[in-house]
Ligand binder design. Sequence first.
Ligand SMILES: Nc1ncnc2c1ncn2[C@@H]1O[C@H](COP(=O)(O)OP(=O)(O)OP(=O)(O)O)[C@@H](O)[C@H]1O
Length: 321
Amino acid sequence: MTMTTSPTTTRQGVIELGQVSRWYGNVVAVNDVTMTIGPGVTGLLGPNGAGKSTLLHMMAGFLAPSTGTATLNGQPIWRNHEIYRLVGLVPEKEAVYGFLTGWQFVLSAARLHRLPSPADAALRALDLVEMTAAKDRRIETYSKGMRQRVKVAAALVHDPMVLLLDEPFNGMDPRQRMHLMDLVRDMGRAGRTILFSSHILEEVERVAEQIEVLVAGRHAASGDYREIRRRMTDRPHLFRVRSSDDRRLAAALISDSSSSAVALTAQGIEVQTVDFRRFTRLLPKVARDIGVHLWQLSPTDEDLESVFSYLISGPTSGGSR
Ligand SMILES: Nc1ncnc2c1ncn2[C@@H]1O[C@H](COP(=O)(O)OP(=O)(O)OP(=O)(O)O)[C@@H](O)[C@H]1O
């Protein structure tokens, strides 16, 4: 995909959050978050309700932090009109009139920003998301992917240096998802600061150079995907194993150092392992050596919630859940 180089390439968009918290009544949605987001693509990863939308809305200037500071290029974001010109937000919820054409929708966004040549800006933005050919169709006739791209065009119409996208890949089919992922990557390469939220690690890995993990309102981890992957895998794992002779298999597994605890239960053997890779290699070998058939191996704590809660509680707590 080709992209026209925008003036954005020569500017820097750096968002800094300093001990930011935000609460709604008694609910603490964002809790003491300090992070810096620079040019390129960053993924904001966290389970539902982690506070991702709240964080993005504060970065976009739609919400004030309850405490702490949120700045863009050193300037406070809240109630700062100069800053609003530099940021675009693609919200998660659909809030688009279906009877408008893509062109009318993006043009109205250009007019809202009081751009000097709104029509030129709208055409440029539609071209950027490859929606020129479909621009005169009504939005209600668009696919989910096209609708999402037209929302991106509206958020980009004033050529902001920072683009924030809330769960942009949700509900898309694989082809549409790939298309939008290419677009996001291209915009990041062109020097824009792009931050998108997701609750799916694979999605974030494929697009983001940098990943920030948010769990229960707190900033749980930060790094590139290798670092985040490593932290998610290098933690105690709990497996359930069923075999033709659980008792003998359990006895054989106890002697290996990768199993920190082995328990026989009515549902099979439960093995707590400290070395995930070693254990998954060892198990079939041990079973073969003692002539036991393996029937089932299932992780019991692989749901994202438990991985995330491990990340936030940290390795020192032994991954308590
Ligand atoms: N306007 C509001 N009033 C009260 N509570 C809210 C409001 N908005 C969000 N919350 C609560 O704040 C917490 C964080 O919500 P937020 O929408 O920021 O999380 P999220 O990570 O974006 O989750 P999701 O992906 O489900 O939207 C949740 O407990 C949510 O119920």
